[in-house]
Design a protein around this ligand. Structure first.
Ligand code: HEC
Length: 126
């Protein structure tokens, strides 16, 4: 019994530690991760739409509503409002999260890279 309690307590410590890490992505490293997105996306205010939409102001915006970009029905109909969590889920597995969306990107599987990327997007898309 004692051992079990210790194990549960230990798990609690570990999971809260990793949750803390999830909130502290490194924006500078995230900028490098964004290198993979740049072929299709700009993130600066007033930046052009390319193969993908400009990402300025993406936080708090409804998916598929960036000005002047023709989105897929899968994206406009997803009902998503972009926040940290929604972006992380989408960018980890674009096709799995929104089947039929037209972003050709395999996804970012490493959690640390995702955290860094989200931290960068928060800064750069303002
Ligand atoms: C090969 C081009 C391409 C790459 C690479 C790419 N994207 Fe996209 N992205 C798109 C396209 C096209 C869409 C629109 C999808 C649709 O309408 O179904 C999109 C949509 C998005 C959206 C939704 C925008 C909105 O306003 O709803 C986000 C957020 C996004 N991409 C972020 C990223 C990030 C971050 C990366 C890099 C990790 C990335 N994309 C890599 C082409 C790309």
């Amino acid at each position: 019994m004692k051992v079990r309690i210790a194990a549960v307590a230990m798990f609690g410590v570990l999971s809260s530690a990793s949750m803390a890490a999830a909130q502290t992505g490194d924006a500078a490293k995230g900028e490098r991760v964004f290198g993979q997105c740049k072929t299709c996306h700009t993130v600066d205010k007033g930046g052009k739409n390319g193969v993908g939409p400009n990402l300025a102001g993406v936080f708090g915006r409804k998916a598929g509503t960036a000005d002047g970009f023709k989105f897929s029905e899968a994206m406009t109909g997803s009902g998503i409002v972009w926040d940290d969590k929604a972006l992380a889920e989408y960018l980890k597995d674009p096709k799995g999260r929104i089947p039929g969306n037209k972003m050709i990107f395999v996804g970012i599987k490493r959690q640390d890279q995702l955290d860094d990327l989200i931290a960068y997007l928060q800064k750069a898309s303002r």
